[in-house]
Ligand binder design. Structure first.
Ligand SMILES: [Zn+2]
Ligand SMILES: [Zn+2]
Length: 200
């Protein structure tokens, strides 16, 4: 929505102004940027945050703490300007099996945290300032259920999501992978073998 966009832009301009640099910066949405295709002189940063989604086809709405935002940024000191492109990764509604992707809606306090993180990345990667780690946690306003649904996540489909479920290795031993019945059967067989050995 328009309001959200101005919230992003105004917040960004405010934070950039507080840096007291002479360059002017712009923040523009670009749904085509990817993690790999980065032009020369461009830096990138990705932020994962909480957002809400509302399907336009049915009444379904949901929240996700694994919403990826990708930023490309560049500073041209000679022209006195910096540019940031932003892409918000979408998710699909799982209830109506519509193939269209839904745009995330961010909570105002999270936009503020995201912009803080973005501006520190600009200071580090474009102005080469030496900053410590700053960890502001994101705010979630609802209980989240279940694991991340990779099947409905745009970032997962492009292989850039940090929470891709099918990529998480399961560190389970051979025995744990069996179902409970076969573990009991295994124990019974071992006990019988031991018993036979002791008897003989
Ligand atoms: Zn739906
Ligand atoms: Zn994902």
């Amino acid at each position: 929505t328009k309001m959200l966009r101005s919230k992003w832009r105004e917040g960004f301009e405010e934070k950039i102004a507080s840096l007291d640099r002479k360059e002017t910066w712009t923040l523009t949405p670009d749904p085509d940027i990817t993690l790999k295709d980065l032009g020369p002189e461009w830096r990138c940063c990705r932020i994962t945050t909480f957002a809400k989604f509302k399907c336009s086809e049915c009444s379904n709405s949901w929240g996700s703490a694994q919403v990826l935002i990708l930023f490309h940024m560049t500073l041209d000191r000679r022209q006195g300007r910096g540019r940031v492109k932003v892409r918000f990764f979408k998710q699909q509604c799982r209830r109506c099996e519509d193939t269209r992707f839904v745009n995330p809606e961010f909570l105002a306090p999270n936009i503020d945290v995201i912009l803080d993180k973005l501006v520190s990345q600009i200071r580090k990667k474009c102005y080469r300032e030496n900053l410590g780690e700053n960890q502001s946690p994101f705010i979630m306003d609802e209980e989240l259920e279940g694991p991340h649904e990779s099947a409905h996540c745009e970032a997962c489909k492009e292989g850039v999501c940090e929470h891709r479920q099918d990529l998480v290795p399961r560190p389970t031993s051979a025995v744990y992978r069996q179902d409970p019945e076969s573990i009991i059967l295994l124990v019974v067989v071992v006990v019988i073998i031991l018993w036979v050995l002791i008897i003989s």
